[in-house]
Ligand binder design. Structure first.
Ligand code: PGA
Length: 255
């Protein structure tokens, strides 16, 4: 695991976008899972700018949706699909046959999860996953408790996730209570993972992700089992400087 500590959110977005752009260039066909949430927005905007300036070729990207609310139609602005469409699918001009959705607007949700797993498998699996860190240590909507082999499934959102998503819905009572999430199994098997963490409110959960016990109560702690993880944290999210050198294979501070 690598830890890159950068000055602020702007630097985090720049570094993350540069790594993703490198992977796109290096890999050719790239199966990319992009988290929603507020943290990666800056990086996605940078990728969109590079694409608009013809500096980024998106023609070989397949996008894999990470999570979705139950009973919210994909064309609803508040759906996570809609979110991914506004920030990535439209700006990068990804054709619909190169997007693998996780559809929560289906009567048979188990079938929806099964189809999703099948298409991810048929795509050859994830080359790159861009993840955010939930305030409760969730990855996607793998709410605690979730072990490393938790499958793609329907989950009940935790009070912490409902609280943190209330800003997108206007109030806590409007946030859907159920969601579909890519399984921990799919996420952890990504060839490469970028975990983006910004803000002092994430410092403690990031410290426990890297340093605490690996436990189902903190699903992100299982990132330590994944083959290639780079954590990019801004200074507020990792206020300990190089005080984590013993926790990771490689630590770099730039500001
Ligand atoms: P955030 O969400 O990027 O909006 O902080 C992260 C998450 O809950 O997974």
């Amino acid at each position: 695991m690598k830890l890159r500590i950068v000055e602020d959110y702007e630097a985090l977005s720049f570094v993350a976008a540069a790594i993703v752009a490198d992977e796109i260039e290096r890999q050719g066909p790239l199966v990319l899972l992009p988290a929603t949430g507020s943290t990666p927005i800056g990086a996605y905007q940078q990728l969109a700018q590079r694409h608009a300036a013809r500096e980024l070729d998106s023609s070989q990207i397949t996008l894999v949706q990470l999570d979705e609310y139950v009973d919210i139609a994909p064309d609803d602005r508040r759906s996570l699909f809609g979110w991914m469409k506004r920030l990535l699918i439209d700006p990068l001009k990804i054709p619909s046959n190169c997007v693998l959705p996780l559809d929560g607007y289906q009567a048979d949700l188990a079938l929806s999860c099964h189809r999703y797993d099948q298409s991810v498998r048929a795509s050859g699996g994830l080359n790159l996953a861009i993840l955010g860190l939930g305030p409760n240590g969730h990855l996607g909507f793998n709410e605690p408790p979730a072990g490393p082999s938790a499958p793609t499934r329907v989950v009940q959102l935790s009070p912490a996730s409902i609280e943190s998503n209330a800003r997108y819905w206007g109030s806590r009572s409007l946030v859907p209570t159920r969601a579909l999430t890519a399984g921990m199994d799919i996420i952890l098997s990504a060839q490469k993972i970028l975990l983006l963490v910004s803000g002092s409110h994430k410092a403690e959960v990031l410290r426990r992700t890297l340093a605490g016990k690996m436990t189902d109560e903190l699903p992100a702690s299982y990132l330590r089992l994944a083959p290639d993880v780079t954590v990019i944290a801004d200074r507020p999210a990792w206020p300990w400087g190089d005080g984590g050198a013993h926790l990771v294979d490689d630590i770099a501070i730039s500001w």
